[in-house]
Write a protein that binds this ligand. Structure first.
Ligand code: ADE
Length: 260
């Protein structure tokens, strides 16, 4: 899988991409993550990616021309110079028209926003089946609405709270998707047994030592009775899900409030 990330803070991703299983997956070629600095598509000498909102109001808005040009470059593997300043029309790159254009056919492109659909394991599974993902990180008060219309195939929220930008959400999505790619997790069963995979939160886990500050391990786990262990785990998972995430049991999927 190839994942392109568009951000004004490419350096933010150094830690998440160079650590642990994501780093191993990249080194093995299971995933090719490419970072792009949105300022490479700006046209002014200050390299501005934001401007004041039409109609007034607090804060700044991310410019649509910069984001559309960046998306069209990355979708089509064109250098920034081919698409900067193409706000009014798709880039004329000389020869064949670009394969992907804003508002038309395009690779799966996620724009992160608190108004998006929540990032769930079901969505992660769906995205892990794609050959390509393009992740667009917003900053400031928000993104010009035309980017949502022309660039996004998906609008995704990390949760019902407001972050300073989409980078944390993009890093979370990369990690959740990459761990589902073939060959990334050592033990394939461990992905299937995780929280959410069976529609429930995960059961409690224990390892050595057998006693910790007076707390012992439930005897069933050391009984060697696999059926009893499975039944105990199922019961604890249901109990925990009912207590903290009843929405997962009633089928509403925990969509949360419409607005944040
Ligand atoms: N940008 C700001 N807040 C966000 C959130 N909750 N999810 C995704 N992107 C965001």
């Amino acid at each position: 899988m190839r994942i392109d990330v568009l951000t004004i803070f490419p350096g933010y991703f150094a830690g998440p991409l160079d650590t642990s299983l994501v780093a191993t997956a990249r080194a093995r070629g299971a995933v090719d993550v490419r970072l792009h600095d949105l300022r490479d598509w700006t046209t002014d000498r200050h390299r501005s990616v934001d401007d004041a909102p039409y109609g007034g109001g607090a804060g700044m808005v991310m410019r649509g021309d910069v984001l559309v040009a960046a998306a069209e470059s990355v979708w089509n593997d064109l250098p920034p110079s081919a698409t900067v300043g193409t706000a009014g029309a798709p880039a004329d790159v000389g020869g064949a028209p670009p394969r992907y254009v804003a508002g038309g056919a395009r690779p799966r492109t996620v724009v992160f926003t608190p108004r998006g659909r929540p990032l769930t394991q079901a969505l992660v599974r769906e995205l892990a089946d794609e050959d390509r993902l393009v992740l667009v990180c917003g900053r400031y008060e928000g993104i010009d609405e035309r980017v949502h219309e022309l660039v996004a195939t998906d609008e995704v929220s990390l949760g019902d709270y407001v972050l300073m930008g989409g980078e944390v959400a993009a890093a979370a999505m990369v990690e959740a998707v990459v761990r589902l790619l073939p060959g990334v997790l050592g033990n394939a069963a461990s992905a299937a047994e995780e929280s959410f995979e069976g529609g429930l939160l995960e059961h409690p886990l224990y390892t050595r030592p057998p006693e910790l500050r007076g707390r012992t391990v439930p005897p069933v786990l050391t009984s060697g009775d696999h059926a009893a262990v499975a039944a105990w785990r199922r019961a604890r998972a249901e109990e925990r899900t009912r207590a903290v995430r009843p929405d997962l049991l009633d089928g509403t999927g925990g969509a949360g409030p419409e607005e944040v």
